[in-house]
Design a protein around this ligand. Structure first.
Ligand SMILES: Nc1nc2c(ncn2[C@@H]2O[C@H](COP(=O)(O)OP(=O)(O)OP(=O)(O)O)[C@@H](O)[C@H]2O)c(=O)[nH]1
Length: 299
């Protein structure tokens, strides 16, 4: 057992570079929430890779970005404290987009976290030509000193084993940190809330993603039944006009969101689900510390 390694890794990178997708692919199940809209991951979600010789706990961080609202500032402090608590960092840059200001900003932040080794991960290689990938590897290596640089594709399952090996090589010798077979230690209610939020985000206007928060108030088995869960959830929006968008004509959109979320939740929990989903307007919740605490964003 003395050769066993266990520890924590975090992926950072600007929004939409593929961090959640990569983590899901490494862990092999859907634990973090992905969407084609940027900045959908708001919580630190861990996925766990179990191997006979090692255990890798992956902490998924929100897209690091410059603070605009109070919510943004809180996200950034969350990200920065995560960075110094893990054993290795994966800095994600997509193969198919030029390196920009955002990437440089993050590379600078990472260079400041001296005690944690950083592996640069060039993501989405299935979307780039060989030449583009080669050029991106060069450009990334010019950004900062990295412990390693690896090109991967989460979609094509390319080089993911190599990335896992490199991450595990940076873990300390330690007994396993979590029970075998455990995939995530996020409370189920948080995962359920994220699935509802993901369903609500699909197909809505671009300004809405940052204005929706979901809280699961109660989750319990229906009395006298062991095959049905009752879930009561609130979806918060910032303005009455947003409420109208989310509900849709004659409630059609909300009904659709509820159905899609319910299917996802049933797949996650392996149980039939009754979902009671209500919408509330919490005015400017992103700028209001009291509301933020209520919605689960602690200081
Ligand atoms: N073709 C391809 N698409 C990818 C790959 N990885 C991610 N994507 C897509 O890129 C988009 C963003 O991926 P996410 O995993 O949500 O990105 P993220 O960095 O976690 O984004 P935030 O949560 O906003 O920080 C999604 O539409 C993914 O399907 C990949 O390896 N190949």
């Amino acid at each position: 057992m003395s050769d066993f390694r266990a520890g924590f890794a975090a992926f950072v990178g600007r929004p939409n570079v593929g961090k959640s997708t990569l983590m899901n692919a490494l862990v092999g199940t859907k634990v973090a929430i992905t969407s084609s809209k940027p900045q959908t991951t708001r919580r630190v979600i861990r996925g766990i890779v179990h191997r006979p010789d090692a255990q890798l706990v992956i902490v998924d961080t929100p897209g690091l970005h410059r603070p605009r609202t109070l919510l943004g500032e809180r996200l950034d402090s969350l990200v920065l404290s995560t960075l110094s608590e893990v054993d290795v960092l994966g800095f994600c840059v997509p193969a198919n987009e030029p390196i920009g200001k955002g990437d440089r900003f993050i590379a600078e932040k990472l260079a400041a976290v001296k005690k944690t080794p950083v592996i640069a991960v060039v993501t989405k290689c299935d979307l780039a030509t060989r030449e583009q990938i080669a050029n991106q590897l060069l450009a990334v290596s010019a950004l900062a000193e990295f412990a390693e640089i690896v090109p991967v594709s989460a979609v094509g399952d390319d080089q993911l084993d190599l990335l896992t090996d490199l991450l595990i090589a940076r873990m300390p010798q330690s007994p396993p940190l979590y029970a075998d077979g455990e995939l995530t230690d996020e409370p189920e209610q948080v995962l359920v809330a994220e699935l509802i939020r993901e369903a609500a985000l699909e197909g809505v206007r671009d300004e809405l993603p940052h204005s929706i928060a979901v809280v699961v108030e109660e989750m319990s088995p229906r009395e006298g039944r062991d095959d049905l869960l009752d879930i009561y959830a609130f979806m918060y929006v910032e303005r009455p006009s947003q409420k109208a968008i989310v509900i849709g004509p004659a409630g059609a959109r909300l009904k659709d969101v509820g159905t899609r979320a319910r299917h996802q939740i049933e797949a996650l929990l392996g149980s039939r689900v009754y979902l009671d989903l209500r919408i509330k307007v919490a005015k400017d919740w992103q700028r209001n510390p009291k509301q933020l605490r209520r919605l689960g964003f602690y200081d």
